[in-house]
Design a protein around this ligand. Structure first.
Ligand code: BG6
Length: 491
């Protein structure tokens, strides 16, 4: 059992969660820049001005800004993404540490607002283009292949206000223009691109919160947003291949595995339908180039009517992705029955699985679920697959000797690497693995720094205090060995 010779071992991040420098060198505001810190108990909030008054509301998926609101920064609030881990000024040091671990690839995203500060400018911002060029050149210095997400939860605030979070097809043109600039600009420096991070969360999350956010209106919004994003993604894929036939472009799905709680056929059917809505709906459009048959049922369930043109449908066929990529952290259990034992956590909900252990944030550790997911997906699409996020968010302690003994993280990753090995043995064409938050970063869900995923510790806390000093954890040396041995030495 071993991983393929050219397997892309590495780590993953997103611009808004690491870069900081939120208002320098011409960068415009992203939606994350008006998102406050939160915790497991308290949601992150969006801050804005409505009728001249500062207000806020929970930053839940599908929530967006209220009609007429203009995003605003409240000087009494703390915004963790404004400084994050200041990768903007530490990227050389950080990439060197990735190289020390032997990374073959580094997944990062581009902040749209560094390239087009508002989103609809005629010309891109040169300082933004230069920043990423320097980052990619630094990667190349160490033979690290950048894996670039074009949009990772950070739409320009201006576009989001003007077009109400992708409720206008003009967003397609804005996105495609932005993507084309990247494809032209970084030709020869980047090979792998992902169009939208966890595109499926637009619908997946609606049912997960039980926060009255799953009305027909919310579904209408989510499915329309997805349609425009599918078309934007397809047109970008086509443009990428025209600009450089060597480009490899993938989709990116939030891969949460669902199991039925009981053998009650109603539970089993519900589980299948959840897979269709949450996972296959987006994967089918992006990999097969057309809407699946069950799409009509999903739309009818919520009285959804979409703006779809013939041209859109043609473009979907022409813009299928080359690789399927996904994040994997946990599984969920679904049932039609009343349950007493429920999971409480951010992005995790529903019945508790008695066979699994849960993290402090309520996420179920389930390596077998990863094997299951890989096998299901590869069987369905038969294109190369990549796990582009996986990891354990946990609180780390720095001991008196300045070390971080994170054996819990090593255990988690070891089990998931073993699961990937099994899937490869089963014939899955798995081409790479980038663990999430290879360097500690701001949690997307809660805005905390204390929910750490990294091999590299960053001295910064939930209130923005700390020296930003980087420290390798025990897992740093462990992962180095894993990469060196091509996944054979997992001890
Ligand atoms: C994925 C996102 O949902 O999960 C990341 O793509 C995110 O941006 C990651 O950080 C982990 O979630 P969290 O809430 O622990 O940061």
């Amino acid at each position: 059992m071993s991983f393929p010779k050219n397997f892309l071992w590495g780590g993953a991040t997103a611009a808004n969660q690491i870069e900081g420098a939120y208002n320098v060198d011409g960068k415009g505001l992203s939606v994350t820049d008006i998102t406050t810190a939160g915790s497991l108990e308290h949601p992150r909030m969006l801050t804005y001005k409505l009728n001249g008054k500062l207000e806020e509301s929970p930053a839940l998926p599908g929530a967006g800004l209220p009609e007429g609101a203009v995003g605003a920064i409240d000087s009494n609030e703390y915004y963790p993404n404004h400084v994050a881990i200041d990768f903007y000024h530490h990227y050389k040091e950080d990439i060197k540490m990735f190289a020390d671990m032997g990374f073959k690839t580094f997944r990062l995203s581009i902040a749209w607002t560094r390239i087009f500060p508002k989103g609809d400018e005629e010309k891109p911002n040169q300082a933004g283009l230069d920043f990423y060029r320097h980052v990619f050149e630094e990667c190349k210095k160490y033979d690290i292949e950048p894996l670039v997400t074009i949009s990772h939860y950070e739409d320009p605030l201006y576009l989001s206000e003007k077009y109400h979070d992708w409720q206008d097809r003009k967003m397609i043109d804005m996105y495609v223009k932005y993507a084309k600039v990247l494809f032209e600009e970084y030709k020869g420096l980047v090979k792998y691109w992902l169009t939208f991070n966890e595109i499926n969360t637009a619908v997946m999350m609606l049912d997960m919160f039980g926060n009255n956010n799953n009305s027909d209106e919310a579904y209408q919004h989510a499915y329309q947003k997805l349609h425009y994003q599918f078309v934007a993604s397809a047109r970008a894929v086509k443009a990428a291949h025209e600009i450089d036939p060597n480009y490899v472009v993938g989709n990116m799905i939030c891969g949460i595995v669902d199991y039925p709680l009981t053998p009650d056929p109603k539970d089993v059917l519900k589980c299948r339908h959840d897979w269709e809505k949450n996972i296959f709906y987006c994967g089918d459009v992006q990999c097969k180039g057309k809407y699946p048959t069950f799409a009509k049922r999903l739309w009818n369930e919520h009285n959804v009517h979409l703006d779809i043109t013939d041209q859109d449908l043609e473009d979907l066929v022409k813009g299928t992705v080359d690789i399927y990529t996904f994040s994997y952290y946990m599984s969920n259990v679904v049932t039609t029955h009343e349950v007493k034992d429920k999971v409480g956590g951010n992005f995790a909900a529903g019945a508790k699985n008695p066979y699994l252990n849960y993290s402090e944030w309520g996420w179920a550790t389930d390596p077998t679920g990863l094997q299951y997911y890989l096998e299901v997906i590869y069987d369905r699409y038969e294109i190369p697959v990549m796990v582009v996020e996986n990891g354990l968010g946990a609180v780390d302690q720095v001991t008196s000797d300045g070390k971080i003994h994170d054996d819990y993280r090593i255990d988690y990753l070891r089990q998931h690497i073993e699961a990937m090995q099994k899937a490869i043995d089963d014939g899955v064409d798995l081409i790479g693995y980038t663990t999430w938050g290879c360097i500690d970063l701001v949690s997307a869900g809660t805005g905390q720094m204390s929910k750490r995923y990294g091999f590299i510790y960053v001295d910064r806390d939930d209130n923005g205090e700390g020296s930003l000093k980087r420290l390798p954890k025990d897992s740093f040396y462990w992962y180095k060995k894993v990469i060196e041995s091509q996944g054979e030495d997992l001890d």
